[in-house]
Ligand binder design. Structure first.
Ligand SMILES: NC(=O)c1ccc[n+]([C@@H]2O[C@H](COP(=O)([O-])OP(=O)(O)OC[C@H]3O[C@@H](n4cnc5c(N)ncnc54)[C@H](O)[C@@H]3O)[C@@H](O)[C@H]2O)c1
Ligand SMILES: [Zn+2]
Ligand SMILES: [Zn+2]
Length: 374
Protein backbone atom coordinates (compact mmCIF):
# COMPACT_ATOMS: atom_id res chain seq x y z
CA UNK A 1 0.00 0.00 0.00
CA UNK A 2 0.99 3.64 -0.29
CA UNK A 3 1.27 5.79 2.85
CA UNK A 4 3.11 8.95 3.93
CA UNK A 5 6.06 9.28 6.28
CA UNK A 6 8.67 11.74 7.57
CA UNK A 7 12.14 10.60 6.58
CA UNK A 8 15.75 11.64 7.19
CA UNK A 9 17.77 11.29 3.98
CA UNK A 10 20.78 13.31 5.10
CA UNK A 11 21.99 14.41 8.56
CA UNK A 12 21.61 18.08 9.38
CA UNK A 13 18.77 18.71 6.94
CA UNK A 14 14.99 18.68 7.51
CA UNK A 15 12.38 15.97 7.78
CA UNK A 16 11.18 15.02 4.30
CA UNK A 17 7.46 14.21 4.25
CA UNK A 18 6.75 11.93 1.32
CA UNK A 19 4.76 9.00 0.01
CA UNK A 20 6.29 5.60 0.65
CA UNK A 21 5.50 2.00 -0.24
CA UNK A 22 4.54 -0.22 2.72
CA UNK A 23 4.44 -4.03 2.45
CA UNK A 24 1.84 -6.09 4.33
CA UNK A 25 2.84 -7.55 7.71
CA UNK A 26 4.79 -10.81 7.64
CA UNK A 27 4.88 -13.45 10.39
CA UNK A 28 4.79 -11.88 13.88
CA UNK A 29 4.11 -8.39 12.54
CA UNK A 30 1.17 -5.99 12.57
CA UNK A 31 0.00 -3.16 10.32
CA UNK A 32 -1.04 -0.15 12.40
CA UNK A 33 -2.88 3.00 11.39
CA UNK A 34 -1.20 5.72 13.44
CA UNK A 35 -3.34 8.07 15.49
CA UNK A 36 -0.71 10.18 17.27
CA UNK A 37 3.03 10.46 17.74
CA UNK A 38 5.00 12.52 20.23
CA UNK A 39 8.01 14.44 18.92
CA UNK A 40 10.75 13.33 21.29
CA UNK A 41 14.22 14.87 21.26
CA UNK A 42 15.72 11.48 20.36
CA UNK A 43 14.36 11.84 16.80
CA UNK A 44 16.10 15.21 16.66
CA UNK A 45 19.33 13.28 17.41
CA UNK A 46 18.55 11.10 14.39
CA UNK A 47 18.18 14.21 12.23
CA UNK A 48 21.37 15.88 13.49
CA UNK A 49 23.42 12.69 13.29
CA UNK A 50 24.06 12.66 17.06
CA UNK A 51 22.74 9.10 17.14
CA UNK A 52 24.64 7.96 14.04
CA UNK A 53 25.80 4.39 14.51
CA UNK A 54 23.21 3.68 17.22
CA UNK A 55 20.23 3.86 14.86
CA UNK A 56 19.62 2.54 11.36
CA UNK A 57 21.64 3.87 8.43
CA UNK A 58 19.86 6.50 6.34
CA UNK A 59 17.29 6.82 4.92
CA UNK A 60 15.22 6.27 8.03
CA UNK A 61 11.57 6.87 9.01
CA UNK A 62 11.54 8.78 12.31
CA UNK A 63 9.30 8.55 15.35
CA UNK A 64 9.16 6.20 18.31
CA UNK A 65 6.47 7.57 20.67
CA UNK A 66 3.25 6.48 19.02
CA UNK A 67 -0.21 5.01 19.37
CA UNK A 68 -2.70 3.75 16.82
CA UNK A 69 -5.16 1.08 15.75
CA UNK A 70 -4.27 -2.36 14.37
CA UNK A 71 -5.54 -2.87 10.80
CA UNK A 72 -4.06 -6.25 9.94
CA UNK A 73 -2.02 -8.96 11.66
CA UNK A 74 0.58 -11.26 10.13
CA UNK A 75 0.80 -15.03 10.46
CA UNK A 76 1.14 -16.33 14.00
CA UNK A 77 0.03 -13.14 15.78
CA UNK A 78 -2.46 -14.25 18.42
CA UNK A 79 -2.43 -11.47 21.02
CA UNK A 80 -3.66 -8.75 18.67
CA UNK A 81 -6.54 -8.48 16.21
CA UNK A 82 -7.73 -5.79 13.78
CA UNK A 83 -9.40 -2.98 15.73
CA UNK A 84 -7.18 -3.30 18.80
CA UNK A 85 -5.67 -0.07 20.14
CA UNK A 86 -1.95 -0.15 20.79
CA UNK A 87 0.81 1.98 22.23
CA UNK A 88 4.25 1.13 20.93
CA UNK A 89 7.06 0.52 23.36
CA UNK A 90 10.16 2.17 21.91
CA UNK A 91 12.08 -0.87 23.06
CA UNK A 92 10.50 -4.19 22.07
CA UNK A 93 9.94 -6.76 24.81
CA UNK A 94 10.00 -10.34 23.51
CA UNK A 95 9.17 -11.74 26.95
CA UNK A 96 11.55 -14.68 26.82
CA UNK A 97 15.13 -13.50 26.29
CA UNK A 98 17.52 -13.41 29.24
CA UNK A 99 16.90 -9.70 29.91
CA UNK A 100 13.13 -9.93 29.69
CA UNK A 101 12.98 -12.83 32.13
CA UNK A 102 15.34 -11.03 34.52
CA UNK A 103 12.83 -8.15 34.65
CA UNK A 104 14.81 -5.78 32.43
CA UNK A 105 12.78 -5.92 29.23
CA UNK A 106 13.96 -2.35 28.49
CA UNK A 107 17.19 -3.96 27.28
CA UNK A 108 15.47 -6.91 25.51
CA UNK A 109 17.72 -8.69 23.03
CA UNK A 110 15.27 -7.81 20.24
CA UNK A 111 16.57 -4.25 20.39
CA UNK A 112 19.79 -5.47 18.75
CA UNK A 113 17.94 -4.73 15.50
CA UNK A 114 17.94 -0.97 16.31
CA UNK A 115 21.16 -0.47 14.41
CA UNK A 116 19.79 -2.04 11.24
CA UNK A 117 16.29 -0.55 11.52
CA UNK A 118 14.96 -3.65 9.75
CA UNK A 119 12.17 -5.95 10.94
CA UNK A 120 13.01 -8.14 13.96
CA UNK A 121 11.57 -11.31 12.43
CA UNK A 122 13.53 -11.68 9.20
CA UNK A 123 15.84 -8.66 9.02
CA UNK A 124 14.19 -7.19 5.91
CA UNK A 125 12.36 -3.90 5.35
CA UNK A 126 8.60 -3.39 4.88
CA UNK A 127 9.04 0.34 4.23
CA UNK A 128 10.48 1.55 0.91
CA UNK A 129 10.84 4.85 -0.90
CA UNK A 130 8.88 5.14 -4.13
CA UNK A 131 12.26 4.83 -5.83
CA UNK A 132 12.59 1.32 -4.34
CA UNK A 133 15.15 1.98 -1.59
CA UNK A 134 14.61 0.19 1.72
CA UNK A 135 13.86 2.48 4.67
CA UNK A 136 15.11 1.95 8.22
CA UNK A 137 12.84 2.58 11.20
CA UNK A 138 13.65 4.62 14.31
CA UNK A 139 13.45 2.15 17.23
CA UNK A 140 11.94 -0.40 14.79
CA UNK A 141 8.73 1.67 14.76
CA UNK A 142 8.68 4.68 12.44
CA UNK A 143 5.75 6.48 14.11
CA UNK A 144 6.19 9.57 11.92
CA UNK A 145 4.02 7.86 9.30
CA UNK A 146 0.32 7.49 8.64
CA UNK A 147 0.73 3.70 8.74
CA UNK A 148 3.54 1.44 9.85
CA UNK A 149 4.37 -2.25 10.15
CA UNK A 150 6.09 -3.36 13.35
CA UNK A 151 6.88 -6.55 15.23
CA UNK A 152 4.27 -7.58 17.80
CA UNK A 153 6.92 -7.46 20.55
CA UNK A 154 6.94 -3.65 20.19
CA UNK A 155 3.21 -3.34 20.89
CA UNK A 156 1.16 -2.96 24.06
CA UNK A 157 -2.58 -3.45 23.77
CA UNK A 158 -4.53 -0.79 25.67
CA UNK A 159 -8.11 -0.10 26.70
CA UNK A 160 -9.93 1.19 23.57
CA UNK A 161 -11.49 4.00 25.64
CA UNK A 162 -8.15 5.62 26.40
CA UNK A 163 -7.48 8.71 24.26
CA UNK A 164 -4.71 7.79 21.84
CA UNK A 165 -3.28 11.31 21.67
CA UNK A 166 -2.40 11.14 25.38
CA UNK A 167 -1.62 7.42 25.35
CA UNK A 168 1.15 7.87 22.75
CA UNK A 169 3.20 9.76 25.35
CA UNK A 170 3.46 6.56 27.38
CA UNK A 171 5.50 4.99 24.59
CA UNK A 172 8.57 7.01 25.55
CA UNK A 173 8.53 10.31 27.45
CA UNK A 174 6.27 9.51 30.37
CA UNK A 175 7.71 6.14 31.36
CA UNK A 176 11.27 7.26 30.57
CA UNK A 177 11.06 10.32 32.81
CA UNK A 178 8.97 8.75 35.58
CA UNK A 179 11.11 5.61 35.67
CA UNK A 180 14.35 7.63 35.69
CA UNK A 181 13.26 8.89 39.11
CA UNK A 182 11.38 5.87 40.45
CA UNK A 183 13.35 2.91 39.05
CA UNK A 184 16.80 4.11 37.99
CA UNK A 185 17.12 6.82 40.66
CA UNK A 186 15.20 4.84 43.30
CA UNK A 187 13.91 8.09 44.82
CA UNK A 188 12.68 7.51 48.35
CA UNK A 189 10.36 9.54 50.58
CA UNK A 190 12.11 12.61 51.96
CA UNK A 191 14.96 12.67 49.44
CA UNK A 192 16.21 15.72 47.54
CA UNK A 193 16.00 15.45 43.78
CA UNK A 194 17.38 17.64 40.98
CA UNK A 195 16.16 17.34 37.40
CA UNK A 196 18.40 18.94 34.77
CA UNK A 197 16.36 19.81 31.67
CA UNK A 198 12.57 20.18 31.94
CA UNK A 199 11.29 19.08 28.53
CA UNK A 200 9.18 16.01 27.74
CA UNK A 201 11.39 13.65 29.75
CA UNK A 202 12.30 16.00 32.59
CA UNK A 203 8.65 16.95 33.25
CA UNK A 204 7.94 13.28 33.88
CA UNK A 205 11.06 12.78 36.00
CA UNK A 206 9.63 15.52 38.22
CA UNK A 207 6.29 13.70 38.37
CA UNK A 208 8.03 10.43 39.24
CA UNK A 209 10.07 12.09 41.99
CA UNK A 210 6.90 13.60 43.44
CA UNK A 211 5.08 10.25 43.33
CA UNK A 212 8.03 8.65 45.14
CA UNK A 213 7.82 11.21 47.94
CA UNK A 214 10.74 13.54 47.29
CA UNK A 215 11.04 16.31 49.86
CA UNK A 216 12.28 18.89 47.36
CA UNK A 217 12.51 18.75 43.58
CA UNK A 218 14.80 21.30 41.99
CA UNK A 219 14.51 21.84 38.27
CA UNK A 220 17.26 23.38 36.16
CA UNK A 221 16.51 24.71 32.67
CA UNK A 222 17.58 27.89 30.87
CA UNK A 223 14.04 28.46 29.50
CA UNK A 224 11.57 30.35 31.76
CA UNK A 225 8.52 28.63 30.21
CA UNK A 226 9.95 25.22 31.16
CA UNK A 227 10.58 26.37 34.72
CA UNK A 228 7.02 27.69 35.01
CA UNK A 229 5.54 24.47 33.66
CA UNK A 230 7.78 22.39 35.93
CA UNK A 231 5.92 23.79 38.95
CA UNK A 232 2.70 22.21 37.66
CA UNK A 233 4.44 18.84 37.61
CA UNK A 234 5.76 19.19 41.15
CA UNK A 235 9.02 21.19 41.10
CA UNK A 236 9.68 23.09 44.32
CA UNK A 237 12.82 25.04 43.32
CA UNK A 238 13.93 26.33 39.93
CA UNK A 239 17.25 27.51 38.51
CA UNK A 240 18.44 28.59 35.09
CA UNK A 241 21.77 26.77 35.27
CA UNK A 242 23.65 24.14 37.28
CA UNK A 243 25.96 26.89 38.54
CA UNK A 244 22.99 28.81 39.92
CA UNK A 245 21.67 25.65 41.58
CA UNK A 246 25.10 24.92 43.10
CA UNK A 247 25.03 28.34 44.72
CA UNK A 248 21.71 27.57 46.39
CA UNK A 249 22.19 23.95 47.53
CA UNK A 250 22.09 25.26 51.09
CA UNK A 251 18.43 26.24 50.86
CA UNK A 252 17.14 23.65 48.38
CA UNK A 253 18.53 20.63 50.25
CA UNK A 254 18.99 21.97 53.79
CA UNK A 255 22.71 21.97 53.15
CA UNK A 256 23.01 18.30 52.28
CA UNK A 257 23.26 18.14 48.49
CA UNK A 258 20.89 16.21 46.24
CA UNK A 259 20.34 12.50 46.72
CA UNK A 260 19.24 11.93 43.13
CA UNK A 261 20.24 13.99 40.09
CA UNK A 262 18.50 13.20 36.82
CA UNK A 263 20.05 14.36 33.55
CA UNK A 264 17.33 15.10 30.99
CA UNK A 265 18.84 17.87 28.87
CA UNK A 266 18.09 17.94 25.15
CA UNK A 267 21.65 16.97 24.20
CA UNK A 268 23.76 15.26 26.84
CA UNK A 269 26.96 17.16 27.57
CA UNK A 270 29.96 15.74 29.43
CA UNK A 271 30.88 19.10 30.91
CA UNK A 272 27.38 19.64 32.35
CA UNK A 273 27.37 16.08 33.69
CA UNK A 274 30.69 16.81 35.41
CA UNK A 275 29.18 19.91 37.04
CA UNK A 276 26.02 18.06 38.05
CA UNK A 277 28.21 15.62 39.92
CA UNK A 278 28.96 18.42 42.42
CA UNK A 279 25.27 18.87 43.20
CA UNK A 280 25.18 15.45 44.85
CA UNK A 281 25.15 14.48 48.49
CA UNK A 282 27.25 11.50 49.62
CA UNK A 283 25.88 8.31 47.99
CA UNK A 284 24.14 10.46 45.35
CA UNK A 285 22.71 8.61 42.35
CA UNK A 286 23.29 10.50 39.11
CA UNK A 287 20.94 9.15 36.47
CA UNK A 288 21.98 9.74 32.86
CA UNK A 289 18.82 9.59 30.78
CA UNK A 290 19.64 12.26 28.21
CA UNK A 291 21.52 10.99 25.20
CA UNK A 292 25.02 12.22 24.53
CA UNK A 293 26.13 12.41 20.90
CA UNK A 294 27.65 9.06 19.90
CA UNK A 295 30.77 11.04 18.91
CA UNK A 296 31.34 12.13 22.56
CA UNK A 297 33.56 9.37 23.86
CA UNK A 298 34.56 10.62 27.31
CA UNK A 299 33.29 12.67 30.23
CA UNK A 300 35.16 14.49 32.97
CA UNK A 301 34.20 13.76 36.54
CA UNK A 302 36.20 13.88 39.76
CA UNK A 303 36.55 10.09 39.92
CA UNK A 304 37.95 10.05 43.45
CA UNK A 305 34.52 11.17 44.68
CA UNK A 306 32.95 8.06 43.17
CA UNK A 307 34.89 6.17 45.81
CA UNK A 308 35.27 8.58 48.68
CA UNK A 309 31.64 9.75 48.69
CA UNK A 310 30.19 6.59 47.15
CA UNK A 311 28.58 8.57 44.35
CA UNK A 312 27.03 6.51 41.58
CA UNK A 313 26.37 7.16 37.90
CA UNK A 314 23.49 5.18 36.45
CA UNK A 315 22.52 5.02 32.78
CA UNK A 316 18.81 4.52 32.11
CA UNK A 317 16.93 3.43 29.00
CA UNK A 318 13.13 3.77 28.94
CA UNK A 319 13.32 4.75 32.61
CA UNK A 320 14.50 1.19 33.28
CA UNK A 321 10.80 0.27 32.99
CA UNK A 322 8.83 -2.50 31.36
CA UNK A 323 6.54 -1.63 28.45
CA UNK A 324 3.78 -4.13 29.34
CA UNK A 325 3.68 -3.19 33.01
CA UNK A 326 4.42 0.52 33.06
CA UNK A 327 2.47 1.76 30.03
CA UNK A 328 -0.95 0.59 31.27
CA UNK A 329 -0.17 1.28 34.91
CA UNK A 330 0.92 4.88 34.37
CA UNK A 331 -2.11 5.50 32.19
CA UNK A 332 -4.25 4.24 35.08
CA UNK A 333 -2.54 6.79 37.34
CA UNK A 334 -3.62 9.47 34.85
CA UNK A 335 -7.22 8.29 34.97
CA UNK A 336 -7.01 8.55 38.78
CA UNK A 337 -5.73 12.13 38.59
CA UNK A 338 -2.33 11.15 39.96
CA UNK A 339 -0.32 11.80 36.80
CA UNK A 340 -0.57 14.92 34.65
CA UNK A 341 -0.59 14.06 30.95
CA UNK A 342 -2.72 17.01 29.83
CA UNK A 343 -0.06 19.67 30.45
CA UNK A 344 2.60 17.64 28.64
CA UNK A 345 1.06 18.35 25.23
CA UNK A 346 1.80 21.99 24.43
CA UNK A 347 0.80 21.91 20.76
CA UNK A 348 -0.37 19.46 18.10
CA UNK A 349 0.75 19.35 14.47
CA UNK A 350 -0.06 17.51 11.24
CA UNK A 351 2.59 15.30 9.65
CA UNK A 352 3.20 18.06 7.08
CA UNK A 353 4.00 20.47 9.94
CA UNK A 354 6.68 18.24 11.49
CA UNK A 355 9.53 20.66 10.76
CA UNK A 356 7.54 23.47 12.37
CA UNK A 357 7.06 21.26 15.46
CA UNK A 358 10.78 20.52 15.76
CA UNK A 359 11.61 24.18 15.23
CA UNK A 360 9.34 25.00 18.21
CA UNK A 361 11.11 22.33 20.28
CA UNK A 362 14.50 23.90 19.47
CA UNK A 363 13.17 27.31 20.53
CA UNK A 364 12.03 25.80 23.86
CA UNK A 365 8.32 26.42 23.20
CA UNK A 366 6.95 22.92 23.75
CA UNK A 367 6.99 20.46 26.60
CA UNK A 368 5.85 18.00 23.92
CA UNK A 369 4.64 18.64 20.42
CA UNK A 370 2.40 15.83 19.18
CA UNK A 371 1.62 14.85 15.59
CA UNK A 372 -2.01 13.93 15.04
CA UNK A 373 -3.05 11.83 12.04
CA UNK A 374 -6.53 11.81 10.45
N1 LIG B 1 17.29 7.18 27.94
C1 LIG B 1 16.15 7.10 27.29
O1 LIG B 1 15.48 6.06 27.29
C2 LIG B 1 15.62 8.30 26.57
C3 LIG B 1 14.32 8.30 26.07
C4 LIG B 1 13.84 9.46 25.49
C5 LIG B 1 14.64 10.58 25.37
N2 LIG B 1 15.91 10.51 25.83
C6 LIG B 1 16.79 11.69 25.76
O2 LIG B 1 16.45 12.56 26.83
C7 LIG B 1 16.82 13.90 26.47
C8 LIG B 1 15.64 14.82 26.71
O3 LIG B 1 14.62 14.56 25.75
P1 LIG B 1 13.32 15.49 25.68
O4 LIG B 1 12.45 14.89 24.63
O5 LIG B 1 12.81 15.74 27.03
O6 LIG B 1 13.98 16.85 25.11
P2 LIG B 1 13.38 18.33 25.16
O7 LIG B 1 14.04 19.08 24.08
O8 LIG B 1 11.90 18.27 25.24
O9 LIG B 1 13.86 18.88 26.59
C9 LIG B 1 15.20 19.15 26.87
C10 LIG B 1 15.25 20.30 27.86
O10 LIG B 1 16.62 20.51 28.24
C11 LIG B 1 16.81 21.90 28.41
N3 LIG B 1 18.24 22.20 28.39
C12 LIG B 1 19.05 22.35 27.30
N4 LIG B 1 20.29 22.62 27.72
C13 LIG B 1 20.28 22.62 29.08
C14 LIG B 1 21.28 22.85 30.08
N5 LIG B 1 22.55 23.11 29.76
N6 LIG B 1 20.89 22.76 31.39
C15 LIG B 1 19.61 22.48 31.71
N7 LIG B 1 18.64 22.28 30.80
C16 LIG B 1 18.97 22.35 29.50
C17 LIG B 1 15.98 22.51 27.29
O11 LIG B 1 15.69 23.88 27.53
C18 LIG B 1 14.76 21.63 27.30
O12 LIG B 1 13.73 22.14 28.13
C19 LIG B 1 17.29 13.82 25.02
O13 LIG B 1 18.69 13.69 25.00
C20 LIG B 1 16.64 12.54 24.53
O14 LIG B 1 17.31 11.99 23.41
C21 LIG B 1 16.42 9.42 26.42
ZN1 LIG C 1 11.85 9.25 23.08
ZN1 LIG D 1 13.40 -9.96 25.35
Amino acid sequence: MRTRAAIVHEYGTEWSVEEIELDPPKAGEVLVKMHASGMCHSDEHVLTGDLAGATAPLPIVGGHEGAGVVLEVGEGVTDLAPGDHVVFGFVPACGHCEWCVRGHSNVCNNSAAFTTGRQIGDGTARHHTLGGDDLGLMCLLGTFAEHTVVHESSTVKIDPNWPLDKACLLGCGVVTGWGSAVYAGEVKPGEYVAVIGAGGIGANAIQGARAAGARSIAVIDPVDFKLDMAKRFGATHSYKSIDEALGDVGSSTWGRGFDVIIMTMGVGDGEELGKAFWLGNKRARIVVTNIHPTAEQSIQIPASLLTLFEKRIIGSLFGSGNIRYDIPRLFELYTQGQLNLDDLITKTYTLDQINEGYEAMRRGENIRGVLLYD
